[in-house]
Design a protein around this ligand. Structure first.
Ligand code: NAP
Length: 309
């Protein structure tokens, strides 16, 4: 990825810095030596306007990784999810208008209903301008955040990137890759749903992609950023079990065999064409998975390379 335009020397403040993506931002900015500050919930609660103002004062770029992310939990606590993912985001947007900061806010593939009339392997990905129609409370709460920021952006008052992503994982935190790797190491067999399609996204890759969009001074508005390719959770789990050499057999099942409080969209592949036009093709999800498994100490670099030949 090109790294032509430096970001302002007074740098980036990251909110929600203790979460999975927040930590990826920390790894990236510290490695690049970019002036930055990382604030967890204790240091900046985004539902508190005064706390936001103190946190963002003097920073030209504000990256919001803070969110209510418990998809099943949101079904019972939708008000709380909407307070954090919706109302607080509008307050953050207003604060950025006051200080003149560029805001990066993350959103989700779950703002779409996932009902495509094509086979998932060939269905067209969701474009940035398609209508939101979430099927669960988490998706609704994130859609509220988007819809409160959008008029501020469209009126030219707020300079913000809303970056939708999907299926995020990292060598740390609570995520599908670490969960499946652990289960695969303990069991002979696992069953994983084969009827939900999307795009896995390495948190480190997502932080890098976002930084490159910022460096390229892209237009305010909605952008999509995930890893390349597409798969079902079953394919993703199979790759994890194989790459970690667990010996565990992964078997496919339907979502009806694995009921959960929140309904999931069956197809949530995000269209990357606008992002790829600016920064080139996204890395395939299989390559990103290799990197993360190696970094987590769950796979062997040499053996992964050999297996791919
Ligand atoms: N993970 C995914 O698969 C995925 C998919 C699509 C989009 N996204 C989006 O990507 C972004 C980052 O998600 P993530 O995966 O890094 O989630 P995460 O690991 O759950 O991190 C979210 C962080 O936000 C913090 N937080 C919650 N309420 C807060 C508040 N009121 N003020 C300040 N901080 C607060 C949480 O702190 P506590 O732990 O103390 O609550 C947590 O550290 C979110 O916008 C999410 O919606 C994630």
């Amino acid at each position: 990825m090109s790294r032509e335009r430096p970001i302002p020397s007074n740098g980036i403040v990251v909110l929600g810095a203790s979460g999975m993506l927040g930590r990826a931002w920390r790894e990236l900015l510290e490695e690049l030596g970019i002036n930055s500050r990382f604030l967890g919930r204790d240091e900046c609660d985004i539902t508190d306007a005064a706390s936001i103002r103190r946190a963002i004062d003097g920073w030209p770029i504000v990256v919001n990784c803070a969110a209510y992310t418990d998809v099943d939990g949101a079904e019972a606590f939708e008000d709380e999810a909407t307070r954090i993912n919706g109302e607080a985001v509008a307050v953050l947007g207003a604060a950025c208008i006051e200080t003149g900061a560029r805001l990066v806010h993350y959103s989700t593939d779950y703002v779409f209903n996932g009902q495509r009339d094509w086979a998932p392997a060939t269905a067209p990905p969701y474009r940035t301008d398609e209508p939101r129609d979430p099927v669960n409370a988490y998706g609704r709460s994130k859609a509220v955040g988007e819809s409160l920021l959008e008029p501020l952006i469209d009126s030219g008052k707020l300079d913000a990137l809303i970056i939708r992503t999907s299926w995020v994982y990292a060598p740390w935190g609570k995520n599908f890759v670490l969960t499946i790797a652990k289960l695969a190491s303990e069991r002979d067999e696992l069953t994983v749903v084969n009827d939900q399609y999307g795009r896995p996204t390495s948190a480190l890759g997502l932080a890098e992609t976002t930084l490159t969009l910022l460096e390229n001074l892209v237009e305010p508005g909605i952008w999509h950023a995930t890893d390349g390719g597409r798969c079902a959770w079953f394919d993703f789990a199979t790759a994890i079990a194989e790459k970690t050499e667990s010996g565990c057999v992964v078997k496919p099942c339907g979502s009806d065999q694995f009921p959960r409080p929140a309904k999931r969209p069956a197809f949530s592949v995000l269209d990357l064409s606008e992002t790829e036009e600016v920064i080139g093709p996204m890395s395939p999800w299989e390559d990103r998975l290799d990197q993360v498994l190696i970094q987590a100490g769950l796979a062997n670099k040499r053996r992964l390379r050999k297996a791919r030949k």
